[in-house]
Design a protein around this ligand. Structure first.
Ligand SMILES: N[C@@H](CCC(=O)N[C@@H](CS)C(=O)NCC(=O)O)C(=O)O
Length: 122
């Protein structure tokens, strides 16, 4: 089972690499504005999770520079996710508001809708 999961994970990463989406190009000022907004977002994820790959592809397509934290590799990230979001499930998007209060959004579909609704261009 572990081997199958490992092989599937590698396959997902290979396909993601082979069919990497193209990023939209914004003018530098518009990109800087978006970068400032995405600075308050963090994606808790792990590399070979297919749902995380889906979210990362949306980020790539929309040229969203969002910090990612790998909950498989980082104990600190795992603790943050569990303490903040309440669930050790990925992907999870942490959205900090202007008062630094965090909202934790699970479900890849919901995260993608949120990112596209807020930032989509083209
Ligand atoms: N419906 C969820 C599925 C997410 C999911 O199953 N993630 C797996 C990793 S690929 C996970 O975190 N599993 C741990 C758990 O469910 O506790 C989504 O679309 O985001």
């Amino acid at each position: 089972m572990r081997i199958i999961r490992l092989v599937l994970g590698k396959l997902i990463l290979f396909l993601n690499w082979a069919f990497t989406p193209k990023s939209i190009a914004r003018d530098p000022l518009a990109q800087a504005t978006i970068d400032e907004q995405t600075g308050s977002l963090t994606l808790y994820q792990y590399e070979a999770c297919p749902f995380c790959v889906k979210v990362r592809r949306t980020m790539k397509r929309q040229a969203l520079n969002i910090e990612t934290r790998d909950v498989k590799r980082s104990e600190k990230a795992r603790e943050e996710l569990l303490a903040g979001g309440g669930n050790l499930k990925v992907p999870c998007l942490r959205i900090k508001d202007s008062e630094q209060k965090s909202r934790w959004m699970y479900e890849s579909g919901e995260i993608i809708d949120y990112l596209e609704g807020r930032f989509a261009a083209g």
